[in-house]
Design a protein around this ligand. Sequence first.
Ligand code: 1GP
Length: 245
Amino acid sequence: MKVLEYITNKVSEGKVHMTLIDPDDQSPEEAARIAREARNAGTDAIMIGGSTGITRELMDETIRAIKAAVDLPVIIFPNSASVLSPYADALYFMSLLNSQDIDMVIGQQVKGAIYVKKLGIEPIPMGYIIVEPGMTVGRVGRAKLIPRDRPDLAVAYALAAQYLGMRLVYLEAGSGAPEPVPAEMIRRVKDEIDVPLVVGGGIRTEEKARSAARAGADIIVTGTIVEEVEDIEGALGEIISAIKD
Ligand code: 1GP
């Protein structure tokens, strides 16, 4: 089964959780341990990526270690065309729609497309929209951040993504954001689009996860929490039960 089909099936059954692992933050062995604990906690897929410091070698080694440890889809969450790896199951073929840098909107995609074809990685078209505060990815991606009190703007971007044929829409507050994307913005976007809505950035507690899921997020992404806690399985387990109940 293709990964997009796996995601779509999961979304039709209920809320989905994905665990983001930044390959630059730990050894491949440690990344594999995180993936194992996340799997035990009930995560549905592993996303791999980060805003800075990633090399192709590190991507390859980390993905291979994760694939050897768990039987979950591993999806590349790229910051550029230079982090593609043939060991991944799929790649978010994404455009940072509210970037002021054309390279982030379509340049890196043009650079990467032929490699995606050659390597045979499944591309999953995704519209990526960064909301205040945006954190590192907002700066590196030169995003014109969506103000937190402008759900209408988020809706316009999300609909544009859908009309361009993108299969997922991702509302991102930025990794480590003090607050996630506002629930009202999630609700408004979810009401208007027909493709699954991914929400991430700043979700570190069960309350925040539950609130994002109830507002309409189909897929919740958490990253920072797995780097902050000792008991990954316990902490992620609470978040995952909160979104899936
Ligand atoms: C970042 O949305 C993801 O791209 C995850 O954010 O690290 O804050 O969980 P956190």
